[in-house]
Design a protein. Structure first.
Length: 372
């Protein structure tokens, strides 16, 4: 028997995450008409300003669900073919045989074989499994750098391939979603940010969600603290940051309320058609940036505890901020959680990030929010 919301248990689980080491976090959990919002900790470690559940927050790769939905709208209109090679639309960005072999679907579900551009844009930062051999100075050096998406795409396309087009497991790569942004611009005649704003964000009625054009977060928000696996000690605030480094792959600002509203409307067939949603829920194995193999669809991936209901959604991180938004397959139960610290796990002698009490506390919070 499914349990309804338990405010006391949810509040206690939220406080446990704060006590485990997250400066501040906030969440909204829904079960039908029941809505619970809560917050724990501080938005500013210096002033002690408390975090609140209505704060705007950088939500990272949850942006990918918005971008995927925008592309599928264009598939529905006939302007984009889901299984059409990207080279037919963007031959200069993905030329030759790769442009002929990589389809739009492969970009959305990360089976294109295109490499991640981030190690090229941030020379002293490497991706898994070389995280231990990095220097976080790149984060400060690029705080106000204005990247052009075509420059970043070229870095990813010209880097050695990480797989064959359509092969599985795929490899998660932000290069794919920058290309999807360029594709939207090509077929709509407007920027990806403008199209997504008008046709996804506004269609869903989201009042506190935006794709920013500058480095600041407008409105009430938390400072966000990056630890970079203990190499930044104490963790440093990166709430002011030019997000052109990730654009339509991860720059979104939102609230936990808006995230729940968006995923609710998405699964209700109000953002894309039911047939497009079915395509979004067709999954393939993909290796995440943490090196784990996950099931990934078209901007969505499922999560479930053994023997429990399946949830659909996405997580996201940027420098200092993290978020997770999930909705049960029947659309009734939802959770959205935001935290203001990232990469708290220090490296052990093996060179791998070590477990931290925050990990267990967050999992406990997720279980209470999802399953009661």
């Amino acid at each position: 028997m499914r349990k309804s919301l338990d405010p006391a248990a949810l509040k206690a689980a939220l406080e446990d995450v704060h006590r485990a080491g997250i400066p501040g976090l906030f969440a909204e959990v829904r079960d039908g008409d029941q809505i619970w919002r809560g917050a724990a900790g501080v938005a500013d470690v210096d002033s002690g300003r408390p975090v609140t559940a209505d704060m705007r927050h950088r939500v990272g790769s949850i942006t990918k669900t918005f971008t995927a939905a925008a592309v599928l709208q264009q598939v529905e209109s006939g302007r984009i073919g889901l299984d059409t090679p990207i080279g037919r639309y963007l031959p200069k960005l993905v030329p030759g045989e790769r442009g002929d072999a990589i389809t739009v679907r492969m970009l959305i579900n990360h089976t294109s074989g295109l490499a991640e551009y981030l190690p090229c844009a941030y020379p002293s930062l490497k991706t898994y499994p070389d995280l231990a051999n990095t220097e976080p100075q790149s984060l400060d050096d690029n705080r106000f750098t204005r990247f052009h998406s075509t420059e970043l795409i070229e870095m990813g396309v010209t880097a050695p391939a990480v797989g064959t087009p359509g092969g599985t497991p795929g490899v998660y790569s932000n290069t794919n979603y920058l290309l999807l942004g360029a594709l939207l611009e090509h077929v709509t005649g407007t920027t990806a940010e403008q199209y997504i704003t008008r046709n996804v964000i506004e269609r869903a009625g989201l009042c506190d969600t935006e794709l920013p054009t500058g480095p600041h977060v407008d409105g009430p928000h938390s400072q966000i603290y990056e630890a970079w696996f203990g190499m930044i000690d104490p963790p440093r605030d990166y709430s002011v940051y030019d997000m052109s480094w990730v654009g339509p792959a991860g720059s979104l600002i939102s609230t936990v309320t808006d995230l729940n509203r968006f995923f609710g409307k998405l699964l209700a067939g109000e953002i894309v058609s039911p047939s497009s949603l079915a395509q979004m829920q067709r999954t393939v194995p993909v290796i995440s940036q943490e090196g784990r193999t996950i099931d990934y669809g078209l901007g969505l991936h499922p999560m479930a505890a053994p023997g429990q209901d399946t949830y659909w959604g996405h997580g996201g991180t940027v420098w200092g901020a993290g978020a997770l938004a999930l909705i049960r397959a029947d659309g009734r139960r939802q959770m959205a959680v935001a935290v203001n610290l990232q990469r708290w796990n220090r490296f052990g002698s093996s060179g791998k990030p070590q477990p931290h009490p925050i990990d267990d506390a967050l999992m406990a919070l997720h279980r209470v929010a999802m399953y009661g």
